[in-house]
Design a protein around this ligand. Structure first.
Ligand code: GRF
Length: 200
């Protein structure tokens, strides 16, 4: 079974979906540790509550981004982590880290990439007036919200809902799609044809 680590900075609802799917047996991985750059991240509480090792690493205590990431790498190595799952991790990983874990870092983004990159994707899509938006799970490469796409799910926008209601729909989709995508990447071999992820 693959060892995974989840990196999270916030509420951790995606982390919770991962924990719940592992408990149900629908996601067969070992969640070895949860790392956060925010001391008050609720994600850390969720991890502890589930009996999972949870680490807060303060970026302010390190001389550089790379020094911070080297420390993280130490923990990942110690726990033999094969796959890193970003779930609302609000730091951009440096090329050093991305290369070290090439094609072994997943991220979830609340839009249909490449539309609406960045931190306000749901609001941006809503304000733009799109009729469909959704979620994207992708491999992380050196550019933000850019790597090869593993999975996408469309969420319709009726135009009658509030941005909060759209947010709720998107999060619900995330909580279904992410555990499935992680399971697929963790258990099956996949090949990359350029930007295309082909699950075998
Ligand atoms: C999610 O919307 C995810 O797509 C984005 O950050 C948010 C994290 O939410 N990358 P949570 O902390 O998992 O609740």
């Amino acid at each position: 079974m693959k060892n995974i680590a989840v990196f999270a900075s916030g509420k951790g609802t995606n982390l919770q979906a991962i924990i719940d799917n592992i408990a149900k047996g629908t996601l067969k991985v070992n969640l070895a540790l949860v790392i956060s750059d925010k001391q008050n991240a609720f994600a850390l509480k969720r991890a502890k509550r589930a009996g999972i090792k949870a680490l807060y690493l303060d970026p302010g205590k390190f001389s550089s981004r790379q020094a911070y990431e080297r420390q993280i790498c130490g923990y990942l190595k110690k726990d033999k982590v094969d796959l890193i799952v970003l779930a609302g991790f609000m730091r951009i990983l440096s090329p050093f880290f991305v290369r070290r874990y090439k094609n072994r870092i997943l991220n979830i983004h609340p839009s249909l990439l490449p539309a609406f990159k960045g931190g306000q994707a749901i609001k941006d899509a809503y304000s733009y007036g799109v009729k469909v938006t959704g979620v994207t799970v992708h491999l992380v490469d050196e550019k933000v919200d850019h790597g090869p796409i593993i999975e996408q799910r469309v969420v319709a926008v009726s135009g009658l809902e509030s941005v909060g209601e759209l947010e709720a729909k998107i999060h619900k989709a995330e909580h279904e799609v992410y555990p499935e995508a992680i399971a697929r990447i963790a258990s099956r071999r996949f090949i990359l044809k350029g930007r295309r992820v082909v699950i075998r």
